[in-house]
Design a protein around this ligand. Structure first.
Ligand SMILES: [Zn+2]
Length: 310
């Protein structure tokens, strides 16, 4: 089975101010990382309101839509710049990720990578922030559980920023394991090691914060020594990746030192988890990555590993 590469050009219609790091040019830069690999033909897909409600509150969805329709230049809930097209683009981004879940669950693809924007992992149930509107990867997790009856989903987040929104959504949910390596102290300020979940969800949130300057030793070390042992117990039915490439050396919004080889290696580790417990099923979703050349190279390394062409 091939690796599915999903990217909908509508993503470029989410306009941000000049010099904003989360720019439409990121979509092109990530696409270049695929090299000669063709995009997987898939019908354009928007997330439905019901699908958004898998993770977001009706109040937030109402507010965000009102903000876009009113022509605001930023969400009233946080630091996410918006334009008149942003609602539609965000719906398509989430829908693209749900398409990827379908392809992988229906065994039309072995695994998948989604080049989407806006990113999603800072969006919590009731608040968009950090360039994010809808939490694409979180909705994909709940969608996979609901539609395909999966019991347990892993979300591994190697973006340099803590995925506070994803953590928030699943903090008391033992069926979704959220694992994050991120710079600390850094935006958004959450993700301390002591944040491990609450109620039934205690133990299925795992945060590995590292200082500026951390790289392969710390981050791959955390994947090997912290995540892998947990997965032998958790045994996920599906592996999702919040693939942020702002943890790569040279990113303007992060100070980690990961190399392209490190992204390939983390990908391989997660594929091993998926091979062991999830029938190889991996769906990876683009989050951050703001050095355009670095984004291209990071995506190339990640997707080569996913498709076994490295
Ligand atoms: Zn980030």
């Amino acid at each position: 089975m091939p690796t599915a590469f999903l990217a909908d050009q509508l993503a470029k219609d989410h306009a941000t101010p000049a010099a904003h790091p989360e720019s439409p040019a990121r979509w092109d830069a990530a696409l270049r990382g695929l090299g000669d690999a063709p995009l997987t033909p898939a019908p354009p897909r928007d997330a439905t309101h019901e699908e958004l409600l898998l993770c977001h509150t009706p109040h937030y969805l109402y507010t965000a839509r009102q903000d876009v329709q009113a022509g605001l230049d930023q969400l009233s809930t946080g630091d996410t710049d918006i334009c008149p097209r942003s609602w539609d683009v965000a719906l398509r981004a989430t829908g693209t990720c749900l398409n990827a879940v379908d392809l992988v669950m229906n065994r039309e693809a072995s695994n998948a990578f989604c080049i989407v924007r806006p990113p999603g992992h800072h969006a919590s149930a009731g608040r968009g922030m950090g360039f994010c509107l809808f939490n694409n990867v979180a909705i994909a997790a709940r969608y996979a559980k609901q539609k395909y009856g999966l019991d347990r989903v892993l979300i591994a987040d190697w973006d340099v920023h803590h995925g506070n929104g994803t953590q928030d959504i699943f903090y008391d949910d033992p069926s979704v394991f959220f694992f994050s390596t991120h710079q600390s102290p850094w935006y958004p300020g959450t993700g301390a090691a002591r944040e491990r979940g609450e109620h039934e969800g205690i133990g299925t949130t795992m945060n590995c914060p590292f200082p500026a300057g951390a790289g392969s030793d710390e981050i791959l070390g955390a994947f090997r020594t912290r995540l892998l042992p947990e997965m032998h117990t958790f045994r996920p039915d599906l592996v999702l990746i919040s693939a942020g490439f702002d943890s790569r050396a040279g990113d303007p919004l992060g100070q980690f030192l990961l190399s392209d080889a490190d992204f390939a290696e983390m990908t391989g580790l997660l594929m091993e988890v998926a091979d062991q417990y999830s029938q190889g099923r991996v769906v990876s979703v683009l989050e951050g990555g703001y050095n355009l050349d670095g984004l291209t190279k990071g995506v190339a390394a990640h997707t080569s590993a996913l498709s076994g062409t490295k």
